[in-house]
Design a binder for this molecule. Structure first.
Ligand code: NAD
Length: 427
């Protein structure tokens, strides 16, 4: 079997790329898509592997493996973030690129899917080393990106500053082209509302999902794994709207407070210390539990907003929430997803739940191409409306076809991408 045709039958252990293709294949089957088109949506259109040499502050040169995978551009230019992470290998980047294809389709923005990664422990780099790494990686992928070709954005361990370095390095080669990257700082053509967009989108779809229950926000408890861009903004907005965020966890531990954590104080602590560690020492009634507790906490809503594959065969039975909002990409393995469905635990899938980021990236790109700046209210309004419409598009199909929200989201996305692929047909 070639590496492009992974075994996608449901198993306890599947690689990220096998997992995404498992859902794609099921949707293609349901929609009766022809095998020749299926082959094209299964594999990536192009995969670039680059060596990224970086001069360390010590004077030594370290070299890291970098990737840019372009999955599908049938509906528009490739689009997808760049992550700096030790586990960013080709399989993961390929899976994330594919997820972007489905995400942009389900949220109806005219982009395809791509992803980039550098296999590096970002915490081991100084700021200047991170800048050198970003510039070297940008030079290495510069020939395949562009504002109508492939448009990167932030992801794990990359942020607006990283995107500023990318835009600047690209400008050195091609001239100033703000639309080549999104998630930039606002003074460089970034969009107001982009930084909080993914976390905000998670809260918006959560509210749609629980609307029919007619519960008061204070009676809804939430656990959030990850307190980076997505997790911290989801926590802030949920807290602002009166929900009780009772657990926040990262790789070191879980903060637990049954009355609800003081999220404003936690944000301040995180700003000062760079992590949530030690918050419990100065906070009343906050307990420190182990890192896995956040996933098993007795709450109504779980928002995994850190890494992939955290809810799996070994811990899915301990999940106690009734709703999972996938802030992270592929946080639930297909095996666990099946168990959750059997237990009637609703999962709002990543390709919908965390699409607020790419939706607002699209707004940023449009502003860049038009050389305009929109007011923050306009951006947030469009974001909210886009997420609400996306949620109901998926929910309606799920109800009509008797599918889970994930199955429905893939059915919609695969249908749109296959239609565009066939219309543009390469014969
Ligand atoms: P980030 O780097 O800002 O934050 C990551 C957080 O996860 C940090 O709090 C970190 O401590 C925590 N973490 C790392 N390893 C962990 C582990 N092993 N266990 C528990 N926690 C761990 O990243 P981010 O931008 O917030 O992205 C988080 C997730 O959301 C990723 O899966 C990313 O692909 C996805 N996502 C991000 C965006 C975006 O706009 N940033 C958009 C869509 C999806």
């Amino acid at each position: 079997m070639s590496e492009h045709a992974p075994d996608i039958t449901l198993r306890e252990q599947m690689t990220p790329f096998e997992s995404v293709n498992h859902y794609v294949e099921r949707a293609a089957e349901h929609a009766g898509i022809h095998e020749s088109v299926r082959q094209r949506i299964r594999m990536a259109a192009s995969e670039l592997r680059v060596e990224v040499p970086v001069r360390r502050d010590s004077g030594e040169v370290a070299t890291y493996a970098g990737y840019r995978v372009q999955h599908n551009s049938a509906r528009g230019p490739y689009k997808g973030g760049i992550r700096f992470h030790p586990e960013a290998d080709i399989d993961e980047v390929r899976a994330l690129a594919s997820l972007m294809t489905w995400k942009t389709a389900v949220i109806e923005v005219p982009f395809g899917g791509a992803k980039g990664g550098v296999q590096v422990d970002a915490s081991s780099l100084s700021d200047i080393e991170k800048e050198r790494l970003t510039r070297a990686y940008t030079r290495a992928i510069s020939s395949i990106i562009g504002d109508h070709r492939d448009i990167p954005a932030p992801d794990m361990n990359t942020d607006a500053q990283t995107m500023a370095w990318l835009a600047d390095e690209y400008a050195n080669l091609e001239g100033w082209t703000p639309g080549v990257v999104t998630g930039k700082p606002v003074p460089l053509g970034g969009s107001l509302g982009r930084e909080s967009a993914t976390g905000r989108g998670c809260v918006v779809v959560m509210e749609e999902a629980i609307r029919a229950d007619e519960v008061e926000p204070h009676d809804v408890t939430i656990a959030i794994q990850g307190f980076g861009n997505v997790g911290s903004w989801a926590a802030r907005l949920a807290h602002e709207r009166g929900y009780r965020v009772t657990a926040v966890g990262d790789q070191h531990g879980t903060l637990w407070c049954e009355d609800g954590l003081d999220i404003d104080a936690l944000v301040r602590h995180h700003g000062e210390h760079g992590s949530i560690d030690g918050f419990e020492e100065d906070a009343d009634r906050v307990e420190l539990r182990d890192a896995g507790f956040v996933l098993e906490a007795p709450v109504h809503v779980l928002v995994p907003a850190a890494i992939g594959g955290v809810v799996h065969a070994d811990n899915v039975a301990d999940v106690k929430c009734s709703l999972i909002v996938e802030g992270a990409n592929h946080p639930v393995t297909p095996w666990a997803d099946r168990q959750l469905a059997e237990r009637d635990i609703t999962v709002i899938p990543d390709i919908l739940a965390n699409a607020g980021g790419v939706l607002t990236s699209y707004f940023e790109w449009v502003q860049n191409l038009q050389q305009m700046h929109w007011h923050e209210g306009d951006v947030l309004d469009r974001l909210d409306r886009g997420m609400v419409a996306g949620y109901w598009r998926v929910r309606d199909v799920a109800e009509r076809e008797g599918l889970t929200l994930r199955e429905a989201a893939y059915l919609i996305a695969v249908g749109k991408v296959c239609e565009a692929t066939s219309l543009r047909s390469v014969g």
